[in-house]
Structures are given as C-alpha cells and as structure tokens.
Design a protein around this ligand. Sequence first.
Ligand code: SF4
Ligand code: FES
Length: 396
Amino acid sequence: MSTAAPGPPLWLLCELTYRCPLHCVFCSNPTDFAAHGAELGTEAWLEVLRQARALGAVQLGLSGGEPLLRADLETLVGEAHRLGFYVNLITSGIGLDEARLLALKAAGLDHIQLSFQDSTRELNDFLSSTRTFELKSRIAALIKQADLPMVLNVVLHRLNIDHVEAILEMAERMGAEYVELANTQFYGWAWHNREHLMPTRAQVERAEAVTRRFRERQTRPMRIFYVVPDYFERRPKACMNGLGSIFLTITPDGIALPCHAARQLPGLDFPSVQAMSLREIWYASEAFGRYRGNAWMKEPCRSCPERTRDFGGCRCQAFLITGDAREADPVCELSPYHDRVLAAVARAESRAAHPAHGHISPAVPATSAVQASAATSEARPLVFRSPEASRILARR
Ligand code: SF4
Ligand code: FES
C-alpha cells in the first residue's frame, strides 16, 4: 500500500462565486449551492493565492459560477500574476467587454476558457436559458483581437453531440488555439439531469469518428481535447490524478476540497481557509488524506494491478452511483456495480428510440425540434440551474 508523502497542490481552482447569469442544465456546481455561506472577500482570496503559491501551486483557474461577476477580478489576477501563477479565466464571457478584457490582460491574465453550449444559437440559448449566443460570438472575437490564447469549451451530451463537426468548425473560424469537447461528467446539475443528457453509444461513436476526420483535415493548428464519455468505457478515468495528489479547489465560501464535486462525499469535514492554513489543510487534514494513496481501497481495486494508473477512478462517481465513496468507480467493468452504468446507458438508448414530450420551462423557449429531443421523461423534467431550483433541491 502506498504511503509516499504527498507532493504540492500544483493546480489551484478558485471558484470565486456561485452567482451566474446562465442556467446551464449540466452545471458542475453543487445543486444546493444556494444553501452555502457568503463569498470570501478580496483580502481572503488574496491570502489563498499567497498561501497556495508558497505551497508550490503553479496553475490557477479562476471560475465560478461566473467569475466576471466579481468586481475585484482584476485585483486577484494582478496578484496571481505577481506571485508567478499561470492564470486561466474560466468564463461564459458574459460581463466581458473590450475595456475589461484589456484590463485583465494588463493585470497579467494568461489564458481564457470561453464556454459555448452549442454551435447553433437555438440550442446554445436553450441550454443556458439565456439569449447569449451572439454576445459570446462577439466576446470570442474580442479575445482574439486582444491576442489572448483561447480555449473554446463545449460540454457534449445527447442534445448537442450530433453537432460536433459544426462545433469544431465554429472553433476554427473563431481562431481558438484549443477546443475542449467535454463529454458531460455526471455530477452536480448534470447528475440531476442525467436521463436527459446521456447520449447513445451510436452518438458517441459518430462524434469520435467526426473528431478523428476533422483532425486529419484541419487547415490550421488547433488542439482538440476530447474528454471521454466515461460511461461508455471499460475502465475509469484517473480522476483528479487521485484525490489529494495535485488538485486543490476553494469554494466561494472558502471551503477547501480535493475536487470541485467532493463536498457531497459523506463523513468528511472539509476545512475552511478561514479556520486553517492551506499547508495544514493539504498536508494534515483528514479531508485531504482520506482518499490519498490506496490504503482506503476496497476490493476489487485493493488487489488490482491497475490501481496505480487510475486510482480506482472517480470518488464522486463511486459515491453517487453506489452510495459508498470507497467502491471502485462503477464505470470499471470489474466493479460489482458496473451493471448500474450499463443500465443508465440502456435507458438512454431506449429513450432516444421512443422520445416522449415532457415538461420543460426554460426562460428561452425551445422550438419543437429541441423540445422533442430534450423532453424524454414525463416524470422528471429537465432542471435549469437557478437559485430557486437550488433552494428546492437543497431541501430534499
Ligand atoms: Fe481501476 Fe479499481 Fe477497476 Fe482496477 S478494479 S481497473 S483499480 S477501478
Ligand atoms: Fe470528484 Fe472525480 S469528480 S473525484
């Protein structure tokens, strides 16, 4: 069993706020975000940056919610740059204009990850429940005009995965240096909406083939990251490179987590940066030590030769699907719960074959074509992220 001392938290993700103008159905924020505490102030965030850099963190992601809603974003970027972080802003683009972009660049921003929900205005606006497609397109142009490296990030699922070719062409047209085709990982709001968002195997295979062909005929260098849809795999992803090994997330209210979705893991008291130093949290807290190494593992992982490669997969997924975070990630075909993953895929296949009209109430109404493909469950409607929906889900 591994007992090696942990290395430093190389990646720091600061979720500056849970506030967001968008209402994405696959948002990775916790569904009960409205029940959490007040956002850290500027001084507290600056202290997080200083302590994390002193521990050895080098990559910084500023995300949310929508980080542009923080009026102190330029101050935080400036300090992060001064400390020597590589600073990446993860944003929907809403709240960005030319003046703010230039101010962020002058403060030392290195990189922007801009999200789109789809290559079509109709589906982009439907999935985020806002009219933002044109605005995002203008923001993409501004980012290139400011000569900042840009990743276009598009979360893929049943409703948009057939548009992969158009999405890649859009990214190429917009001058993105990178495009991330991020197949939905089922946590947060995506877990709640899994029945609607799970693609079929045929869709996944078509999207992979389209991506391969696009790579062969690309006219200019644009790196394509394809985040695999792990429910369709036989082995799990090495999620977070194992909890407590390189990733450190700080939530808007200052809770330190070994992964952005870990707050749901039971039996752990995740420490606050307002009560403990990051050094103590990283090296000495039970919350970060519990799933480090492999001493926590149950069979079949405990004696599996692949445990040093995938670390047993994703703890959050194991908990969501089996109720026990120490289980093997059920994506693994050696897991005794793998049938639950197969059953979820089978349900998607059957719903895709027999779509039925359900109940959807986004702010931006869907056309009948989108409505027909989205509305596949009479019993459980697609839920759009909002503080009201979060308050209801937090009470359950
Ligand atoms: Fe990975 Fe565990 Fe599956 Fe082995 S049994 S491949 S360690 S998830
Ligand atoms: Fe939390 Fe994988 S998302 S461990």
